[in-house]
Design a protein around this ligand. Structure first.
Ligand code: FAD
Length: 435
């Protein structure tokens, strides 16, 4: 039997919970959150370090504390949710099928909110040559072992990738008695936040080697070591630079991939750069009535922005259900200085909250937004780095009804030169520190 409902929210992490609370407060009570895990909260359940909530709540919280604030709001309002409910299909007509404790269940929704988060890139995706021993984990898996299941997975550790989760795990493993030898990053600059480099690596004397990667994995039953090589400017290993590191664990922190298999089933168009849905300013995807926010839309560094984005989505979704949404015919495009922008299409009828990431580090730069050659918004920045999402507003009053909106970064000086200097590996130095 197919049940009818106004809004189905897929994923009970920070994005799904914030969207549900906002929609409820706007008077939409025919809604349901579907979560495949046994508890609400998303990935934050395993992030027991602090640093969450500074923007949203003005105080620093641990991941479970931040999630609990939203779970409490859901419970206070008695918003319906179903855990142990894995959505297995979304049809383009917004018919959703989930595997639940009561068997397969189906809903036909007026609107669907995609809030499925993302998963980690694995060894398979990197194609590192070598043996296939135990002891190669993604940072999130190691984090789950330690923080959710109270298991110590490592003693001698090498970390590949300077993503935030890897650096947080470098500190966590050190505090639990493991020895973290080094973090190796293939790029000439770190991919995680400066605050994590400072607090998780520098504070514990863990060196960060930029422009380095793991080129071989050794061991049969358990990992016995890895080979690390320097890479050239095209990220190709340089022959003769190989160095062996004896270790029992290799932690991978090499990127997150938005979980969009269900979105593709629903006919949603994905953006090649974000690997999330192409959305307009209301967070509506290419399929009318299907919305997307949070890490499934684009990878965020701070959960506070996930919650704010999901609340903006809820406003758009509420408007879709009540009056309908205006057409969004103005495209936002960028040049090679910008990795991506969200949204990708706008109506020009209201101010736009633009999120973007630079494609490389910049210092003393300006984010410039132009339409038909005329500057419509700009933001001066002392530094802009790929690890930090930038947010700015484009005022509707400056936009005309036609012509692409071009976003670019005008640099005075790039940070790459400094980044290359840090690759000597004498310590956990970072080009964006100390500004
Ligand atoms: C290890 C780690 C450390 C982090 N550290 C920080 C930090 O220090 N500070 C900070 O601000 N941010 C941090 N973040 C980022 C922050 O946690 C994320 O930005 C945030 O959790 C994203 O929220 P989300 O709701 O989009 O996704 P998630 O939290 O991933 O939630 C998605 C939910 O959807 C569910 N789901 C997926 N597919 C389905 C399906 N088919 N059916 C039903 N349910 C489904 C999942 O089970 C999950 O519960 C960290 C992230 C990670 C991974």
């Amino acid at each position: 039997m197919t049940e009818n409902i106004d809004v189905l929210i897929i994923g009970g992490g920070p994005a799904g919970l914030a969207a549900a609370v906002k929609l409820w407060d706007r008077g939409f009570h025919s809604l349901l959150i579907l979560e495949r895990e046994k508890q609400l909260g998303g990935i934050l359940r395993q992030c027991i370090h602090d640093g969450f909530g500074l923007t949203r709540f003005g105080t620093t919280l641990s991941g479970p504390e931040y999630a609990q604030r939203f779970i409490d709001e859901v419970r206070e309002r008695e918003i319906p949710f179903l855990t142990n409910a894995a959505v297995i299909n979304i049809a383009p007509d917004k018919c959703v099928t989930a595997a639940t404790r009561d068997g397969l269940r189906k809903w036909r929704a007026k609107a669907v909110v995609l809030a499925m988060g993302c998963r980690e890139r694995t060894r398979g995706a990197l194609a590192i040559p070598g043996e296939r021993p135990a002891g190669v984990f993604t940072a999130g898996v190691a984090q789950a072992y330690m923080n959710l299941y109270n298991r110590m997975p490592a003693r001698e550790v090498v970390i590949l990738g300077s993503g935030d989760i890897g650096m947080i795990m470098a500190r966590r493993l050190t505090l639990e008695g493991a020895h973290v030898q080094a973090v190796f990053e293939v790029l000439p600059y770190p991919s995680g936040l400066p605050r994590n480099i400072e607090q998780c690596l520098n504070d514990y004397n863990i060196p960060l080697f930029l422009s380095h990667t793991v080129t071989n994995i050794h061991g049969s039953a358990r990992l016995t070591g890895v080979t690390v090589s320097e890479v050239d400017s095209r990220m190709k290993p340089i022959p003769g630079t190989e160095k062996e590191y004896a270790c029992d664990t290799l932690i991978l922190s090499v990127g997150l991939i938005p979980e969009n298999e269900l979105s593709l089933d629903a006919g949603v168009t994905l953006d090649g750069r974000t690997r999330g849905a192409e959305v307009d300013e209301f967070f509506q995807t290419s399929v009318p009535g299907i919305f997307s926010a949070g890490n499934v839309l684009h990878v965020h560094d701070l959960v506070d922005f996930v919650s704010l984005e999901a609340e903006a989505l809820a406003e758009g979704c509420a408007r879709y259900l009540s009056t309908g949404l205006p057409g969004c015919t103005l495209n936002i495009v960028s040049d090679k200085t910008v990795n991506h922008t969200v949204p990708m299409r706008v109506s020009g009828t209201q101010n736009i909250a633009l999120s973007l990431r630079p494609s490389r580090p910049f210092r003393d730069c300006r984010i410039v937004v132009k339409q038909e050659g005329t500057e419509v918004a700009s933001k001066k920045m002392k530094k802009a780095i790929p690890a930090e999402m930038i947010q700015m507003t484009i005022p509707a009053s400056k936009l005309s009804g036609k012509g692409d909106i071009l976003v670019s970064i005008e640099a005075v000086q790039t940070g790459e030169e400094t980044a290359h200097r840090a690759s000597a590996g004498t310590g956990a130095s970072c080009p964006s520190e100390g500004d």
